[in-house]
Ligand binder design. Structure first.
Ligand code: NAD
Ligand code: UDP
Length: 335
């Protein structure tokens, strides 16, 4: 296969504040990050192919003359003068990243390569949204950054897990070889407003099912665990990690260390919404990790960061968001 990419030059005005590119800025986390950076006074360029991202996540940002967006797939290179880059571009939900696994791998590898080259060209600091999936189905619990993981290279999750692992390697090598100023966050399950109702991840699935009175689909027996971080906490962690005061060039876990079983999450959402939904048990997907909880010692020590939003509070605002998403102005539920 011939992998030759044409470079497109995108022209933009300069501002006195930092110009920050957010790849994947139309997605769940990316749009919250754009909000935060714009409110901090920066100029933000969102680059997104709108595969899982949505224009409705960006409408409210169009009033900022410091905001622009470009529809572009990061697997093709491009050039734009920037001071900082956040790479969040990649579908994060298992059904979405498995829908086109080759494109997911290309996004992780070619996309990261293109953004690293952009960073090297403009001496820009660059952030990678890595993932707890680099630990696979972990045999060490909770997971510290020093754990190398237990990842299947030949399964349905591999395009994402191995893609993200390769991206970390590329980041490391650009730092060592070209001195690129890198930051890598290993993000653990994060939830909040602006997840898509059809996202497919557990929090949005359960809330949407509960609000619609549909069966709550617990995969397996629901004894597998996850640790859920509210989006606002996570974005604060991103910005700390990218700050001038932090100079950590190795991966840092960002997530909430409070662990729940998936069954507990389902029960909590049914109770909170007052739903009549029943909990039903479905087949556990292949390679579904049994347990996951971040060891955030490094983030606490190096960044002074730890999450502050409890699951019940985060779920309340996420439920309100989905109530607004699912109810038409007429009062009917969206199908
Ligand atoms: P998301 O699917 O809502 O957002 C991803 C965004 O990237 C979307 O706007 C999508 O359109 C865009 N995108 C995908 N491929 C692209 C490409 N090739 N070129 C340009 N744009 C592309 O997911 P999210 O939850 O906001 O996750 C954002 C990032 O954080 C992802 O890289 C994900 O792997 C990482 N992450 C998220 C979580 C989490 O719990 N939310 C956990 C671990 C890692
Ligand atoms: N899950 C579930 N029901 C759903 C969606 C997910 O029981 O409708 C489970 C899934 O099998 C996994 C956990 O919830 O054990 C978290 O899944 P998610 O897709 O949110 O993220 P993952 O951590 O697996 O990437």
């Amino acid at each position: 296969m011939n992998i030759a990419f044409k470079s497109t030059t995108l022209s933009l005005e300069n501002t006195e504040r930092r110009t920050i590119l957010v790849a994947g800025g139309a997605g769940f986390l990316g749009s919250h990050l754009c909000d935060h950076l714009l409110h901090a006074g920066h100029k933000v360029i969102c680059v997104d192919n709108f595969s899982t991202g949505r224009m409705e996540n960006l409408w409210h940002l169009l009033r900022f003359d410091t905001f622009s967006f470009i529809r572009h797939d990061i697997i093709s290179s491009f050039d734009v003068p920037v001071d900082e880059i956040y790479n969040l571009a990649c579908p994060a939900s298992p059904p979405h990243y498995q829908a086109d696994p080759i494109h997911t791998m290309k996004t992780c590898v070619f996309g990261s390569l293109n953004l690293l080259e952009l960073a090297a060209r403009h001496q820009a600091r660059i952030f990678q949204a890595s993932t707890s999936e680099v630990y696979g189905d972990p045999q060490v619990h909770p997971q510290p950054e020093s754990y190398w993981g237990n990842v299947n290279s030949f399964g349905p999750r591999s395009c994402y897990d191995e893609g993200k692992r390769s991206a970390e390697t590329l980041f490391r090598d650009f730092h060592v070889r070209y001195g690129v100023d890198i930051r890598i966050a290993r993000i653990f399950n994060t939830y909040g407003p602006r997840m898509r109702p059809d996202d497919g991840r557990v929090v949005s699935n359960f809330i949407v099912q509960a609000l619609k009175g549909q069966d709550i689909t617990v995969y397996g027996d629901g004894s597998q665990t996850r640790s859920f971080c509210y989006v606002d906490d996570l974005i604060k962690g991103f910005v700390r990690l990218m700050g001038d005061q932090s100079a950590i060039h190795t991966p840092v876990n960002l997530g909430n260390p409070v662990e729940f079983t998936v069954r507990e999450l389902a029960e909590q959402i049914v109770t909170m919404t007052g739903s009549s939904s029943k909990i039903v048990y479905k087949t556990l997907p292949i390679d579904d990790p049994r347990q996951r909880r971040p060891d955030i010692t490094v983030a606490k020590r190096e960044l002074g960061w730890e999450p502050s939003v409890a699951l019940t509070d985060g779920l309340k605002s996420t439920v309100s968001y989905f109530e607004r998403q699912l109810v038409r102005p007429s009062g009917e539920l969206v199908e």
